[in-house]
Ligand binder design. Structure first.
Ligand code: PMV
Length: 349
């Protein structure tokens, strides 16, 4: 067996926000329904991996992990599971020693799920290592492999590699759609969506009370599961159609309904739980009142937490900025929000 080279690969990957939600999985991180997301731009993880031929043989992957410059062994159990999952697809990793250094552009305790950007950046750097060790392989294969490996870390991470939108999960209306990896979506979308804004209103900066792994699990045997999966398939096509037609009213209606349905699934599972906080509801009401009064087409979505993502077209930025500081920040922890917008995915640094 020839010797592997040594080197360094560094990638930056953004977070993403789902418009049609992935909630419920089977097998190894395969989704029960298709989902559609906006790729974000400023909420990113940067990951550098230094690699060299392994000093000695170990049963798994030999790695060290640093987060924001500090050795963090508390991340090891999750990373170990990730490496066990990806080893069948990257067996050469057993022959390397890896030093992984990662950092986020957003504060650690912001209540922002960092797993999407984190696994996307890690998967992309690992794929670059594979490319450097085996340079002759087919280039079109790498794009899919990045998303495929990211998915094995965290399902939604599959959607953080490219942009401006990503589709993950098989859907009969979309050729090439797959449960195994996400594909770029929306290159033909009206310009309004290509620089859509997402202001993340930080209602609760703490750790999630119930992990999404647990939440996905509760969709097994959930009384409304099959109806929900059907609805997500219908909404995926309806949202794509509304966006192509630049029908913002339909866009808003589907996006907000998806967010509320996601939380309704949590509230109707056994055991039931609530991730929204009173301020989540205050913000939703204030958004609805502002939209009714100004006719500015802004709307909200939620991920698996209390924070609210305020989505709106860039042309309304000035008015929305005033609205945020005058009417929404009072409901945010420490009056904080994170301003982001639609982006084009991961990049090699
Ligand atoms: O990738 P996970 O397992 O953390 O699940 C994410 C699920 C939601 O954020 C609630 C929805 C989604 O599609 O991103």
């Amino acid at each position: 067996m020839e010797n592997l080279p040594q080197g360094k690969q560094c990638w930056q990957a953004p977070s993403n926000i789902a418009l049609v939600k992935y909630w419920g999985k089977y097998g190894l991180q395969l989704p029960k329904n298709p989902s559609l997301s906006f790729t974000l731009q400023t909420s990113v993880t940067t990951t550098e991996i230094s690699y060299k031929p392994a000093d000695k043989k170990t049963p798994g992957v030999s790695f060290q992990f640093l987060f924001e410059g500090e050795t963090r062994t508390d991340f090891h159990p999750k990373l170990k599971v990730f490496f066990e999952r990806i080893l069948p697809y990257q067996p050469f990793l057993k022959r390397l020693d890896l030093t992984i250094s990662s950092s986020n552009s957003f504060p650690h305790s912001s209540g922002i799920a960092s797993s999407a950007s984190a696994y996307a950046a890690l998967a992309a750097a690992l794929v670059s290592i594979e490319q450097s060790c085996f340079p002759d392989s087919d280039p079109s294969y790498w794009e899919q492999k990045r998303s495929f490996l990211a998915r094995l870390g965290s399902g939604s991470a599959a959607r953080s590699l490219q942009g401006p939108m990503m589709l993950w999960g098989e859907h009969p209306a979309f050729t090439g759609s797959s449960n195994e990896f996400a594909i770029p979506f929306g290159h033909k979308l009206p310009a309004v969506f290509l620089d859509y804004q997402d202001c993340i209103l930080l209602v609760d900066k703490g750790q999630k009370k119930v992990s999404s792994t647990l939440g996905h699990g509760l969709m097994k045997g959930h009384p409304f599961a099959e109806a929900r999966f059907d609805q997500a398939r219908t909404n995926t096509l309806a949202l794509a159609t509304a966006m192509e037609a630049e029908d913002l009213e339909a866009f808003i209606q589907i996006v907000e309904s998806e967010a509320l349905t996601l939380h309704a699934m949590m509230q109707s599972s056994h055991p039931y739980y609530i991730l929204m906080r009173p301020n989540t509801l205050h913000i939703i009401e204030v958004i609805w009142a502002f939209r009714a009064e100004t006719k500015i087409p802004l709307c909200f979505t939620l991920d698996a937490g209390a924070n609210v993502h305020l989505l709106y077209p860039k042309q309304h930025q000035t008015a929305v900025d005033v609205f945020i500081s005058e009417q929404l920040l009072e409901y945010c922890q420490d009056r904080e929000c994170l301003k982001d917008s639609v982006g084009w995915g991961a990049k090699k640094l």
